[in-house]
Write a protein that binds this ligand. Structure first.
Ligand SMILES: Cc1ncc(COP(=O)(O)O)c(C=O)c1O
Length: 384
């Protein structure tokens, strides 16, 4: 049986990983500034994470949500503390799309409304509501097309205000990434997030902070939305939460009340997932990884800004993007094949850096050197 061919693949087989490095089956070492798409938060195969999962595996891996799982409460307490949202409530699931799906659904249960406000270049996942709120027609199957989603220009306060005036109490929720990831590292303005907060308050809508990619400490704050100094009603989380172990969740403000059976999952919050997620938070705290993300992120941004060919260097902490000119459109490939460095991309011609929050400054220095070398090679050819 063939694999269903939905991914354009690099011809590389990774067989081993440690920290910010991965190795292929030929023994070649790669620096990983992509983190398997922002997933590797504490570093590949961190020994504490491995140990905690192994220990848990020996005890019990899974039982359903029909019994008490104290690890869930431990995770909830730790998450409340580290995110400074102690009075929020945690619901656990398995993926980013599922987290957003649950958030949008919960908002609708909460206020009984149907309309969702989302923004241009947004990406919220592949499941039915999440994909309906995603601004990419290629991902939306006919069955997912919905009149319930209103797309507005990102960071446009006037358009948002007009939309609320026109649709007022029909709007159930507003969903926004603090920094758009797939859309190309676009940072939500603090004033825009404040405006969302105040309009949601005025009209009784739910502010959903999609923190699947930009959250979990990547920007130096636990949720990048927090730079605006206002709270969202629901934060969605996934990627960095398990450092590669599939686990996701939403945290929910206290005024949104639970009711049995409105949300549910078979696998969400299982013993093994909680052990992995707890290990991640323990390491983020112990190794002060949010501080490291700020420090190494600043170094990278400062250095990138010095390279004249790169434009519009942007992002926060270790979520960084920059535009490359047409003549450097193969830069990402060249970094991979010539320098053995994984980076991310966004169309057209944006390079995204989403490394582990434990990335060492020395590795960032190596990257900058390699990047300059690859740019020079191309520019020399272009200039003849
Ligand atoms: C901002 C954002 N939301 C949601 C998702 C969907 O997450 P998942 O692929 O785990 O369903 C992604 C994935 O890239 C994302 O970047």
């Amino acid at each position: 049986m063939n694999l269903f061919d939905v991914y354009p693949l690099n011809d590389i087989t990774i067989v081993k990983a440690k920290g910010s490095y991965v190795w292929d089956d030929k023994g070649d070492q790669y620096l990983d500034l992509y983190g398997g798409h922002a997933v590797i938060s504490i570093g590949h195969t961190h020994p504490h994470w491995v140990q905690r999962i192994e220990d848990q595996l020996e005890k019990i891996a899974f039982y359903s949500n029909s019994i008490k799982i104290p690890l869930q409460q431990q995770l909830s307490d730790k998450l409340g503390k580290i995110s400074d949202k102690k009075d929020y409530q945690l619901f656990l699931c398995n993926s980013g799309a599922e987290a957003n799906e649950n958030a949008l659904k919960l908002a609708s249960f909460h206020n009984g409304r149907k309309k969702i406000v989302a923004f241009t270049k947004s990406f919220h996942g592949r499941t039915s509501l999440a994909v309906s709120a995603t601004d990419n027609k290629n991902y939306i199957a006919p069955v997912n097309e919905s009149d319930n989603v209103i797309f507005l220009p990102f960071n446009d306060e006037d358009a948002l205000e007009e939309c609320f005036k026109a649709n007022g109490k029909k709007i159930s929720s507003v969903i926004i990434e603090g920094i758009q990831g797939v859309g190309g590292i676009n940072v939500a303005d603090e004033s825009f997030l404040k405006k969302i907060r105040s309009l949601c308050d005025e009209y009784g809508a739910v502010y959903i902070a999609d923190s699947v990619q930009c959250g979990y400490g990547r920007t130096g704050k636990f949720f990048s939305h927090d730079f605006a100094g206002v709270n969202a009603d629901i934060y969605t989380m996934a990627k960095g939460m398990g450092n590669g172990f599939p686990v996701a969740g939403i945290i929910i403000a206290p005024h949104i009340k639970p009711k049995h059976f409105i949300l549910g999952t078979t696998f969400g919050g299982n013993h093994l997932a909680c052990a992995a997620a707890l290990a991640v938070l323990e390491i983020i705290e112990e190794e002060k990884l949010m501080g490291n993300a700020v420090m190494v992120g600043k170094y990278l941004k400062d250095q990138l800004e010095e390279i004249p060919e790169l434009k519009n260097v942007r992002g926060r902490g270790l979520m960084i993007g920059f535009d490359v000119p047409e003549e450097l459109k193969d830069l990402k490939k060249n970094l991979l094949w010539n320098q053995k460095i994984f980076t991310g991309e966004a169309k057209p011609n944006v390079i995204r850096l989403l490394p582990s929050l434990a990335l060492k400054k020395r590795d960032a220095e190596d990257f900058i050197e390699a990047l300059k070398e690859e740019i020079e090679k191309v520019m020399e050819k272009v200039q003849g």
